[in-house]
Design a protein around this ligand. Structure first.
Ligand code: NDP
Ligand code: HSE
Length: 426
């Protein structure tokens, strides 16, 4: 028997628009395959032109969130406004009114998941956020419903479309950072404020959510080591290519016993690694579980249609679920007492140092490495005028040893500066 489910959308921009398009254009297909007649019955946006742009009848425009919360005919509310406030207040209101909420808002989930979950429990409603991580790729569903058998040991991903688009354009077309960013914004991948994407905040928000789900314990986003891509130069990209690497902004999560390592930074990825070929706005997550071994999830990580696809998947899920399911760990926004978030980690490193081209400078630098137990895999030097650039690749070393070495190298008489320090995926 046909079931009608009424949906409200709060925020009809890129993702809200994609969601509306799928629910209307694929209405009959969803009815036939899922047995549900989805109707978008209310839309809230502060800009009426957006509502008109999508051809939505103006009698569906809600004036306030209270109108949506009070409307007993609405079953599911989609939040695609973005940001923390008023999105948090709006979501809490509709959850408390007993309506399921579907959101793409990773910033909000990573910062206020406990409060939202509490409101959902109080209202007897479900809170769904597949679209918050990795756009159209159903990674959350895979972690929660496909991989329960496993202890997830690691999760390494390219989980931001904007930065992957920028780095790919800089690598493959020699495009400038600014031009590539502009294109990503025009294509609807970038956040309104690009700082969140290019400084790695967006990735840290997503990694906090994914690591919490994968490792079954709260991983607060503030505890994630985070670096963005703004310091990456064309010279770094060229040097990486010469050494057989592609540069990617990686999210890395690992769990060993009760220790969790979580970090976000630009990384040289060996060209033969499956993540190296993930280009443009595509994202991928490489997961290892103790029984399933390696898996890679790949697809578009941003944009109206892929993200709309993830939202609609949650809408269908919520409409068909027998009841809401909440976190399987204590979701209080704090690290659990028995969990250690690693403050140090190990990696291989690429280091480019500008030096005076004088006798003994190489020996002085290698002496510093030796003092800090950093073993060198390869070294090359290029002279120009009175200066030179020495490029090292190290064997696996600890971050703390490398940082101490950087400080001492910069203090040497004949060195100028460590120009680049990029971790290398082993
Ligand atoms: P947009 O800016 O394109 O759309 C947001 C819409 O919500 C705009 O129309 C905006 O109006 C409206 N809005 C904002 N605040 C309010 C408010 N207080 N009341 C009513 N309407 C409001 O954003 P996106 O669609 O790109 O992103 C939405 C969410 O989806 C964010 O949380 C983002 O992180 C997430 N996301 C985005 C992806 C993408 O590819 N773009 C992919 C995955 C997740 P106005 O423009 O006038 O401010
Ligand atoms: N700005 C984000 C990105 C949107 O580029 O990946 C998807 O979360």
């Amino acid at each position: 028997m046909k079931k009608t489910v009424n949906v409200a959308i709060m925020g009809i921009g890129t993702v809200g628009g994609g969601t509306y398009e799928i629910l209307t254009k694929n209405h009959d297909f969803l009815l036939r395959t899922q047995g549900i007649d989805f109707q978008v019955s209310k839309v809230l946006d502060k800009n009426i032109d957006r509502i008109r742009y999508f051809g939505i009848p103006e009698n569906k425009a809600a004036a306030t969130v209270d109108e949506i919360a009070a409307d007993k005919s609405i079953d599911i509310v989609v939040e695609t406004m973005g940001g923390v406030e008023p999105a948090k207040t709006f979501i809490e209101k509709v959850l408390l009114s007993g309506k399921n909420v579907v959101t793409a808002n990773k910033e909000l989930i990573s910062k206020h998941w406990p409060a939202l979950e509490a409101a959902a429990k109080k209202g007897g409603a479900g809170l769904y956020f597949e679209a918050s991580c990795v756009g159209g790729v159903p990674i959350i569903r895979a972690l929660q419903e496909g991989l329960q058998a496993n202890h997830i040991t690691s999760l390494v991903g390219i989980i931001n479309g904007t930065t992957n688009y920028i780095l790919t354009k800089m690598t493959e077309e020699g495009m400038s950072y600014d031009d590539a960013l502009k294109e990503a914004q025009q294509l609807g991948y970038a956040e309104f404020n690009p700082t969140s994407d290019v400084e790695g905040f967006d990735v840290a928000y997503k990694l906090s959510i994914l690591a919490s789900l994968a490792f079954h314990t709260c991983v607060p986003y503030q505890m994630i080591h985070r670096e963005g891509i703004t310091k990456i130069s064309k010279a770094d990209i060229k040097a990486g290519l010469e050494l057989g690497y592609r540069i990617k902004l990686l999210a890395i999560g690992k769990r060993k016993g009760n220790e969790i390592e979580v970090r976000v930074h630009p990384t040289f990825v060996p060209a033969a690694h499956p993540l190296a070929s993930v280009g443009g706005s595509f994202n991928a997550v490489y997961v290892n579980g103790d029984y399933v071994d390696d898996l890679m999830f790949y697809g578009r990580g941003a944009g109206a249609r892929p993200t709309g696809s993830a939202i609609v998947s949650d809408i269908v899920y919520a409409a068909k679920a027998s009841g809401p399911v909440y976190s399987d760990f204590e979701n209080n926004g704090q690290k659990a007492d028995d969990i250690v978030i690693a403050s140090d980690f190990s990696s291989k490193y690429y280091m480019s140092i500008s030096v005076k081209d004088v006798p003994g400078v190489l020996a002085a630098v290698t002496g510093v490495f030796a003092r800090h137990s950093v073993s060198i895999e390869s070294v090359s030097q290029r002279s120009f005028g009175s200066g030179a650039a020495i490029v090292f690749l190290t064997h696996t070393a600890s971050e703390s040893d490398i940082m101490a070495a950087v400080e001492d190298i910069e203090d040497l008489d004949d060195t100028n500066k460590v120009e680049s320090l990029i971790r290398v995926l082993a």
